[in-house]
Ligand binder design. Structure first.
Ligand SMILES: [Cu+2]
Length: 344
């Protein structure tokens, strides 16, 4: 499914946009492409400017391994690329920042959605913006800049090879991303409070997704602290963090999807199904986050099968929240497969 999206569906959608003239999507994108404000395209900038340089080293290693796998050079000649130091640093500076770029895009999506659902505009201008566009831009730049050097937090527990200075840099940079997130929390709440936020599936998904993102941020700060990382690394706390950040970002993009539902599917969404989808996803995300975080605190290792706990309550609670998550996605599938003529 993933491969078909990457190699077929996405290029096809882009080709349609480029070659078949003014589709509805193209008209919407045009209003948007040239904008560099935080509620426009500014959150895409980190991806454009940070990912290519931080991804260069691991790309080089990948090319070397690819050439060896094709038999053009002997496999033994690329062993250097897989030595732990040579692999870990190029990999994590890339992988960590890729996740951060995704996070920044998600925050940009919240910045984009929230002003579109406020009751009032700023002054009598008729333009709906964030409470502070400048603070929004600062948050994007601050957050992505701090994030660049946060990657050594993945390698705190390599005590024999990670220089201490790099560990402290990773810890301080991780905490600084928390400040970047705090600017966004203030801005999004101030926008909702000062201009009034309307309840719609899009605005609810954006706010709940952002809420889950911030809740997960507190766990991320613990994992990004050297002392805590020794206790929590390799436990369910890390699983909780990874799973929650992905669910938070997904929920925010679900908001973008409901915002564009009419455009994408030619009919408005069924609100009841949409609310079930969003609330179930958010409740399950928080439930799984705190259950898995508690499991991590108890030292239960991740990536182990069968589940390395025999505590029936833990298993029952995990199963309960997993079922809530699944029922939310079933509501979404019903939404997508609903016949076109159904009343909404
Ligand atoms: Cu990281």
């Amino acid at each position: 499914m993933v491969v078909s999206v990457i190699v077929a569906l996405y290029p096809a959608a882009l080709a349609r946009l480029i070659f078949t003239g003014k589709t509805q999507e193209a008209l919407v994108l045009e209003r948007f492409m040239g904008t560099l404000n935080p509620s426009g395209m500014a959150s895409m900038l980190p991806y454009v400017f940070i990912i290519p340089p931080v991804g260069a080293a691991i790309s080089l290693a990948a090319v070397a391994i690819g050439i060896a796998l094709l038999g053009i050079v002997p496999l033994s000649s690329v062993g250097w690329a897989l030595q732990s130091l040579n692999f870990n640093y190029p990999f994590w500076v890339f992988a960590h920042n890729l996740m951060e770029a995704m996070g920044v895009m998600a925050i940009g999506t919240v910045y984009w959605l929230v002003p579109r659902y406020t009751v009032m505009e700023r002054g009598e201008t008729g333009v709906r913006t964030l409470f502070s566009e400048k603070l929004g831009l600062l948050a994007i730049v601050f957050y992505s800049t701090a994030a660049i050097m946060a990657f050594p937090h993945h390698l705190f527990t390599m005590p024999t090879s990670q220089p201490q200075g790099l560990s402290y840099t990773g810890q301080i940079a991780s905490w600084l991303t928390g400040f970047g997130a705090a600017f966004s929390v203030f801005n999004v709440l101030a926008t909702s409070y000062a201009f009034g936020l309307r309840l719609t599936p899009a605005s609810l998904a954006a706010m709940l997704g952002f809420g889950v993102y911030v809740a997960d941020g507190f766990l991320a700060m613990q994992l990004g602290t050297i002392g805590w990382a020794y206790r929590l690394h390799g436990t369910y706390a890390a699983t909780a963090h990874l799973m929650t950040i992905l669910l938070a970002v997904t929920l925010i993009w679900i908001g973008a999807l409901y915002h564009s539902f009419q455009l994408l599917f030619g009919r408005p969404e069924n609100r009841k199904l949409a609310y079930i989808h969003i609330v179930a996803t958010a409740v399950a995300a928080l439930g799984l986050l705190y259950t898995m975080a508690a499991m991590g605190g108890l030292g239960i290792p991740r990536r182990a099968y069968p589940l390395p706990t025999t505590d029936h309550t833990t298993v029952a609670v995990l199963t309960l929240f997993a079922s809530i998550l699944a029922s939310g996605q079933i509501a979404f599938l019903l939404q997508l497969t609903r016949p076109k003529t159904t009343k909404t």
